[in-house]
Design a protein around this ligand. Structure first.
Ligand SMILES: [Zn+2]
Length: 282
C-alpha cells in the first residue's frame, strides 16, 4: 500500500513496524473482524508512530460503544484528581478562570471541580456519556472542537484540557490548531497521552497489547519528543506538571506524584506523558 506522509513532520520516510513491535504478531489483529487490517508505521525522520489506516468514523462509533461502556461513572484515575488540583490552584491565582475540556469522557475532572466556582465547559461526543452526565446534573456540549470553535469563535479559555484524547484523533495537529484559536493570550493547554515508551511495555506481560497497541482506538503513539515536535511549530512550549504532594492516602495520586518527579529527570516518562503547553515567549 502507499503510505501517507508523517502526520508530524510530513516526511515520506516511513517504516512499517507492527511486525517488529513486541507482543504483536506480524499479521496481528485486535479481533477477527479486523484480521490483518491495521498498519502501524514509524517515521524515520522524527520518530512519530501512528496507524496508517484507522477505522472510519462509522466503524469507530461501534467500537466506542462496545469497548468503553460503563453503566455507572468509572472510578477516576490519579491523573484526574491531579489535574483537578492543578485547576483549583489556577483558580486561586485567577478568580475569572475559564476552562474548556475537550473529550471529557465520563466527566472525571468535571465532577471534581464542578462546585469550585470557575467556568468549566466540557465537550464530549459519546451520546451515552453526555446523557449520563446530564442526568447527573453536569451539562456537557455534544460537539467536536471544530464545531465548537466555529460556533463560539469569540470565546477564550485560560486552560484547555485535552486528557487522553490525542491518541484517538486522526489528524491531531488540526485539533491542536483549533484549541490554539480558543486559547487566551496567557493560556495553557494541559495534555496527557499514553507514553510510547511506557515501561510496562517491557515489564508487564500482555500490557502493551491491551493498553497501548490497540489500533482500533489508539491511532497515534506519542513520546515526549514527537509531542513537542508537533506542537513547537505552533508556538507551544511544553513543561512538566507541577509537583503536588498527595493530600490523602490515595495510592493513585501518590503514584502520579512519583511519575511527575521521575519525569523531570528522565528523557522519557516512565508511564503516561503529562505536559502543560504555553505559548512560547519571544
Ligand atoms: Zn515525522
Amino acid at each position: 500500500m502507499d503510505l501517507e506522509n508523517c502526520i508530524v513532520c510530513d516526511s515520506s520516510f516511513l517504516q512499517v513496524i507492527h511486525n517488529k513491535v513486541e507482543s504483536l504478531p506480524s499479521n496481528f489483529s485486535v479481533t477477527n473482524n479486523h484480521a490483518g487490517r491495521f498498519v502501524i508505521v514509524r517515521c524515520q525522520s522524527c520518530g512519530m508512530t501512528f496507524v496508517q489506516n484507522p477505522l472510519t468514523s462509522e466503524e469507530e462509533k461501534e467500537v466506542d460503544l462496545i469497548e468503553d461502556f460503563h453503566e455507572e461513572f468509572p472510578e477516576p484515575e490519579g491523573r484526574h484528581r491531579y489535574m483537578a488540583r492543578m485547576l483549583i490552584g489556577e483558580y486561586e491565582k485567577n478568580s475569572r478562570l475559564r476552562v474548556l475540556e475537550v473529550g471529557c469522557g465520563y466527566g472525571a475532572i468535571l465532577r471534581f471541580v464542578r462546585d469550585k466556582g470557575f467556568r468549566y465547559e466540557a465537550l464530549e461526543l459519546s451520546p451515552w456519556r453526555v446523557k449520563m452526565l446530564e442526568e447527573a446534573g453536569y451539562p456537557v456540549a455534544r460537539m467536536t472542537l471544530r464545531e465548537y470553535s466555529r460556533k463560539y469563535q469569540d470565546r477564550k479559555f485560560d486552560v484547555i484540557i485535552i486528557d487522553n484524547v490525542l491518541e484517538h484523533i486522526v489528524g491531531p495537529k488540526k485539533i491542536m490548531e483549533e484549541a490554539m484559536a480558543l486559547l487566551a493570550p496567557e493560556g495553557k493547554i494541559i495534555i496527557s497521552v499514553p507514553g510510547l515508551y511506557d515501561v510496562r511495555r517491557w515489564l508487564v506481560p500482555g500490557w502493551a497489547r491491551k493498553y497501548l497497541w490497540q489500533p482500533k482506538r489508539h491511532v497515534n503513539f506519542f513520546c515526549s519528543r514527537t509531542l513537542a515536535s508537533m506542537l513547537s511549530p505552533m508556538g507551544l512550549q511544553g513543561g512538566s506538571f507541577p509537583l503536588l504532594f498527595p493530600r490523602s492516602a490515595d495510592a493513585r495520586q501518590f503514584i502520579l506524584f512519583l511519575e511527575i518527579i521521575f519525569d523531570r529527570f528522565l528523557p522519557e516518562p516512565l508511564f503516561g506523558l503529562y505536559r502543560i503547553f504555553a505559548k512560547a515567549s519571544g
